[in-house]
Ligand binder design. Structure first.
Ligand code: PLP
Length: 401
């Protein structure tokens, strides 16, 4: 059978710890502690400890984590939140769900991360918060971000959904701003058996507010009293138990990701592609191994024909999504150009040296076949090729120029 390497293989990740995972699920089933209870509390303590924060509040997914963090900080109606556009749409949805307004900024062309200069230029009198996105596992320069935030008295929320275990200057991604938000979607570096998320913070008030908002505004002392209007954004006991079982393996998995990422980096120096590189004093969680090539779509097709799965994170920047049609005229040249060139290679802790060799050899052959000079032939899509666009949310937006 010809070799085949899926983009990500959860079965391969879980196979070595299958017994531990089965035992954890059996323990939850026997205990009946499905909502709230010991498994949730245990994971919250462990995750806070891992991140180096005082508190961690488990919530139902990463999108809810982002929304509740903003609401807990009091970010709301009419407030502007500075955010990159090369992120999963959830980052933006959370800002809108909090009734605030996303103000997009462009990114650094090498790291594709937001910079403090761009943040400065996007600030207005209505700016309330900076939404940092540690994209692909690489931490943003948090020293620079925190300097701007301090000077301008802005909140900082970290979207660390791709950065479990990443470190900036000795501190974990997610632990540096006012609140850090994690997704434990199955494909993340630490993933549950379904949807899950968490907010970490050192501020007891923020932790308490996120806890209340995620659990119907309940008083911590009296479950019958509802002190604020919250909702249901809780993390299940079953997911918490799975996460507690997988957490002790996270550092080893991240170390394997780093080895594979570095092997790609070394091999690709001789090829006509660039790898999205880490920068500064950050230590990446290596969530994704992303290359840039002008012939992205053709490379992707040919890799697929050779049994190699890839991803694109993300093909349409948020400000160009139909849902955010109000931002149509916003121009973010680096973000827009990179969206046409980025390609995520297979990256999982279970990949062998042979697997990585196969990807590199195939990529080299495919690039040879396409041949230099590589010309971009694809023009920007003007509409989304599936279904009618839903009615756009009308936003009071201020585009960044
Ligand atoms: C996955 C992801 C989210 C959303 O998390 P969910 O758990 O799927 O809701 C948010 N931001 C980024 C950058 C992500 O990668």
């Amino acid at each position: 059978m010809p070799k085949s390497i899926p983009f990500f293989d959860l079965a391969a990740l879980h196979q070595p710890i299958k017994q531990e995972l089965d035992d954890a699920m059996a323990r939850v089933a026997a205990s009946g502690q499905f909502v709230g209870g010991d498994f949730l509390e245990r994971f919250e303590v462990e995750w806070a400890e891992y991140c180096g924060t005082r508190f961690s509040v488990g919530v139902s997914n990463g999108t809810v984590a982002l929304e509740l963090a903003l609401r807990a900080l009091g970010v709301g109606e009419g407030d502007e939140v500075i955010v990159p556009a090369n992120t999963f749409i959830a980052t933006w949805e959370a800002i809108v769900a909090a009734r605030a307004v996303p103000v997009p900024i462009d990114v650094d062309p090498h790291s594709l991360l937001m910079t403090s200069d761009a943040i400065e230029s996007a600030c207005s009198t209505r700016t309330a918060a900076i939404m940092v996105v540690h994209l692909f596992g690489q931490p943003v320069d948090m020293d620079a971000v925190m300097r701007v935030a301090k000077r301008r008295r802005l909140f900082v929320v970290e979207d660390a959904a791709q950065a479990h275990g990443a470190v900036w200057n000795g501190r974990r991604a997610g632990s540096i701003g006012d609140a850090g938000c994690f997704s434990f979607y199955p494909g993340k570096n630490l993933g549950a058996f379904g949807d899950a998320g968490a907010v970490v913070t050192n501020d007891p008030q923020i932790a308490a507010r996120v806890g209340a908002l995620s659990n119907h505004g309940r008083s911590p002392n009296d479950g019958a009293r509802h002190e604020s209007i919250g909702g249901n954004g809780r993390l299940d006991g079953l997911q918490a138990a799975i996460l507690s079982t997988k957490l002790p393996h996270l550092d080893d998995w991240n170390a394997s990701r780093r080895k594979i990422f570095n092997a790609y980096s070394r091999a690709l120096t001789t090829l006509p592609v660039t790898m999205v590189a880490a920068h500064g004093s950050g230590s990446s969680a290596h969530h994704l191994a992303v290359i840039q090539t002008a012939a992205r779509d053709e490379v992707r097709r040919r890799l697929a024909a050779n049994g190699i799965g890839t991803g694109v994170h993300y093909p349409i920047p948020c400000h160009q999504q139909p849902a955010f049609a109000a931002l149509e005229s916003t121009k973010l040249p680096v973000t827009e150009r990179s969206a046409e060139r980025i390609l995520s290679l297979p990256l999982g802790p279970y990949l062998t040296r042979d697997d990585v060799g196969f990807v590199v050899t195939t990529l080299r052959r495919v690039l040879d076949e396409i041949g230099p000079p590589i010309q971009a032939t694809r023009s920007r899509p003007v509409s989304i090729p599936f279904g009618p666009a839903p009615a756009p949310i009308v936003l009071n937006v201020r585009g960044s120029v």
